[in-house]
Design a protein around this ligand. Structure first.
Ligand code: ZN
Ligand code: ZN
Length: 589
C-alpha cells in the first residue's frame, strides 16, 4: 500500500532545485534521521525506566516486577527526565528531519511538556485519589498470555511488595480531593480487591511452586489487600472540609486541552464552533422532520416546539431495528457492503491482504454490546486486529429493546463506518504502514477519533444510504452527540454548568435517553477534555478538506486526500495539515 504513488497536489512534478544540491540535502536528511531514530530508541528505553507500569501495559515486559511508589522522589525523577529530553530535542534541527520524524519530534516534545506541567500545575496527584489504583495492572499480569504463568506470577509477587508503600505515598500526596474522585477511588479500589484475594489465589493453585514459596506469596497478597482496604477506609474517613471542585477551571482546562488535543484551534474557538454546529444540526433535523412528517406521523399534529417534533420523529424512525438474535449477524453482513461502496465510489484504497477479522466478542468483554476494535500493542508485531461484535443474548427484553432502538437500522450502519470501515480499522491499517513507536505510544486521540467521525459524514455525502432522509436525520442525531460532548465538557469545567442544564442539553437538545445522559454526567465529573476529542478532530479534518477543495478546485481528489492524510500515522491534525500544505507548495513552486 505504501507503494501507491501519491502526491496530493496540483501534480506538477517535483523538479525545481538543482540535482546536486538536492542529493546533498537528501543525504544530510538521512544522516539526521538516522541520528534521530537512535535518539528515539534511547528515549523510549529511558521512558520505560521512569514509567515501568506504562511499559507493561504496552507489552514491554522487562520491568514487570517494578511498582513505582508515587512519592516526591519519583516526581523529581519524572521532572528530570522531561527536562533532560527537552534539552536533547533542542540539538536537532526540525527542518532537517523526515516528515515521520518531524511529527515524532513534536509529539515527544508535547509529551514531555505535558509531564512537567502535570506535576507543577495540574497536580492531580493531590486532588484525584482515583489515580491510585493498582488492580488493573495486576489483573493484566494474571490474564496475559505473553509469558509462562510461573514468570508472570513471580513478577506479580515481586511487584506486590511495594503496594503498602504505594498507598502510604498516596495518602501523603492527597490534599483537599474532590468528592467525585474520592468516591470513584473508593469504589474502584474496593472493586479491584478480588484480583489479590481470589484471582491470584486461583492462579497460584494451578502452579507447581513449593509450599514455602506459595506461603510467602500468599502473605504478600494479604498485605496488599490490607493496604488497599486501608486506603479505601482512610478515604471514607478523610476530614475533607474544603474539597476541591471537580470542575477544572478555565486556565487549567485551556492548557490541558492544548496538551491532550494538540489542535490548531484554541478551546474557545472549538466551543464556539460546536455551539454553531449544534444549531446547524437542529435546523437540518427540523427540515427533515417536516419533510418526513406525513410519511410517518400524518395523523398527528406537529408540535410548535421544533425540538419536540424532532424527538417524535427520531422515536418513530428508531422503531426500525434488527431483532436481538440477529444483531451480530447484521453487523457482520455490513462489512462487505461498506467495502463495495468504497470501491465503487473510489473513496480510499482498502488493502485486500488485510481483511478485517470479525469475531464474536471474547468472554472477558461480554456485556458490552455493540462493536469495538482490538488492535495489537506496539510490541506485539504479529498480533491480529479484531472487530469484536457483541451479542445481546441473555439481556432482558426491555433493556434489549431500548438498546436496539438506540442502535437502530440506521445508527448501526453509522457505527460500522465509525468503528470499522473506513473508520478506525482503516486508519489503523494505514498507520501501520508508517510504523512509529512514538505514534503508537503517544498517538493523538483527536486525530484518531476525528477520523472515524469524519468518515461518517464523508460516506453519507458520497451517497451511502441512498441519501435517504431517515439516514441523514439519524446521522445528525449521532453527530449531535460528539458536538454536545464538547459543549458539555467545556461548559461544565469552565462555565459552571449545573447538572440540570447538562441534562437539558443532553436529553432535550441532543435527544439522548436519560440513562445515557446520567452516565455522561458521571463521566464529565471525573474526566476533563477527553470528551472534546471527537468533535475537535472531526471539525479540524473537515475544515481542512474544505479549505483544500477551495484551493484546488477541479484538481481536488477525495481518494488521494484520504490516503495522503492517513499516511502520516496518528499525528495531530495540525501537523498533518502543515506537512501536506508544505508538500503541495514545494511541488507547485
Ligand atoms: Zn422494537
Ligand atoms: Zn471511535
Amino acid at each position: 500500500m505504501k507503494k501507491i504513488a501519491f502526491s496530493i497536489c496540483l501534480c506538477v512534478a517535483l523538479v525545481s532545485c538543482g540535482g546536486d544540491k538536492q542529493n546533498a540535502d537528501t543525504k544530510n536528511t538521512q544522516n539526521k534521521d538516522a541520528q534521530f531514530d537512535q535518539y528515539k530508541k534511547n528515549f523510549v528505553e529511558e521512558l520505560w525506566k521512569v514509567y515501568p507500569g506504562w511499559a507493561s501495559s504496552q507489552g514491554y515486559h522487562k520491568y514487570d516486577s517494578v511498582l513505582v511508589v508515587p512519592d516526591e522522589a519519583s516526581r523529581a525523577k519524572e521532572m528530570a527526565f522531561a527536562k533532560a529530553n527537552l534539552d536533547s530535542l533542542k540539538s536537532y534541527d526540525l527542518s532537517s528531519l523526515s516528515d515521520n520524524n518531524k511529527t515524532d519530534y513534536r509529539m515527544i516534545g508535547n509529551q514531555l511538556n505535558s509531564i512537567s506541567w502535570s506535576i507543577t500545575d495540574l497536580k492531580s496527584f493531590e486532588w484525584n485519589p482515583s489515580e491510585y489504583n493498582v488492580s488493573g495492572a495486576f489483573a493484566e499480569m494474571l490474564n496475559g498470555d505473553y509469558d509462562a504463568a510461573d514468570v508472570r506470577l513471580r513478577n506479580f509477587y515481586l511487584k506486590m511488595a511495594n503496594i503498602p508503600a504505594f498507598y502510604e505515598a498516596a495518602k501523603k500526596n492527597i490534599k483537599n480531593p474532590t468528592v467525585e474522585h474520592t468516591q470513584l477511588a473508593i469504589d474502584q479500589n474496593l472493586g479491584g480487591i478480588s484480583v489479590f484475594e481470589t484471582d491470584f489465589q486461583e492462579a497460584l493453585n494451578k502452579t507447581k511452586f513449593g509450599e514455602h514459596e506459595k506461603q510467602a506469596m500468599e502473605a504478600t497478597a494479604k498485605q496488599a489487600v490490607d493496604a488497599i482496604k486501608g486506603y479505601a477506609e482512610w478515604l471514607k474517613k478523610l476530614d475533607n472540609k474544603t474539597p476541591r471542585s471537580f470542575r477544572l477551571g478555565k486556565e487549567l482546562y485551556a492548557k490541558k486541552f492544548e496538551y491532550d488535543i494538540q489542535s490548531g484551534y484554541t478551546v474557545d474557538e472549538i466551543y464556539q464552533k460546536a455551539l454553531k454546529h449544534k444549531n446547524y444540526l437542529h435546523q437540518k433535523m427540523y427540515g427533515l422532520t417536516e419533510k418526513l412528517w406525513h410519511k410517518y406521523l400524518s395523523g398527528t399534529h406537529i408540535p410548535d416546539d421544533s425540538l419536540k417534533a424532532i424527538r417524535m420523529m427520531i422515536d418513530k424512525i428508531s422503531e426500525k431495528h434488527v431483532q436481538a438474535d440477529s444483531f451480530q449477524a447484521a453487523i457482520t453482513q455490513q462489512i462487505p457492503v461498506l467495502i463495495d461502496f468504497i470501491k465503487k465510489k473510489d473513496l480510499i484504497y482498502i488493502d485486500p491482504s488485510k481483511p478485517l477479522v470479525v469475531r464474536k466478542e471474547p468472554d472477558y468483554m461480554a456485556g458490552v454490546a455493540g462493536a469495538s476494535i482490538s488492535a495489537p500493542g506496539p510490541y506485539d508485531k504479529g498480533g491480529k486486529t479484531f472487530y469484536n461484535v457483541g451479542s445481546l443474548s441473555g439481556w432482558d427484553k426491555a433493556k434489549a429493546e431500548s438498546y436496539l432502538r438506540e442502535y437502530n437500522y440506521y445508527i448501526l450502519q453509522i457505527l460500522n463506518i465509525h468503528e470499522a470501515i473506513p473508520g478506525h480499522y482503516t486508519q489503523l491499517v494505514y498507520s501501520n504502514q508508517s510504523p512509529s513507536l512514538i505514534k503508537s505510544l503517544f498517538g493523538n486521540n483527536a486525530m484518531i477519533e476525528g477520523w472515524a467521525v469524519y468518515t461518517e459524514r464523508m460516506m453519507l455525502e458520497s451517497g451511502y444510504g441512498d441519501n435517504a432522509d431517515e439516514m441523514w436525520l439519524m446521522y445528525y442525531k449521532w453527530n449531535l452527540r460528539s458536538t454536545c460532548n464538547t459543549i458539555l465538557d467545556y461548559s461544565v469545567h469552565t462555565k459552571d454548568m449545573s447538572k440540570e442544564d447538562a441534562m437539558h442539553l443532553l436529553v432535550d437538545e441532543a435527544f439522548q435517553q436519560k440513562t445515557e445522559a446520567e452516565n455522561k454526567w458521571r463521566r464529565v465529573s471525573v474526566t476533563q477534555v477527553q470528551l472534546c476529542c471527537y468533535y475537535t478532530g472531526y471539525t479540524e479534518i473537515y475544515d481542512f478538506r474544505e479549505e483544500l477543495k477551495k484551493q484546488m478546485g477541479d484538481k481536488f481528489d477525495l481518494k488521494k486526500f484520504h490516503e495522503k492524510f492517513l499516511s502520516y500515522g496518528s499525528a495531530p491534525v495540525k501537523y498533518i495539515k502543515e506537512l501536506m500544505l508544505s508538500e503541495m507548495n514545494t511541488s507547485t513552486n
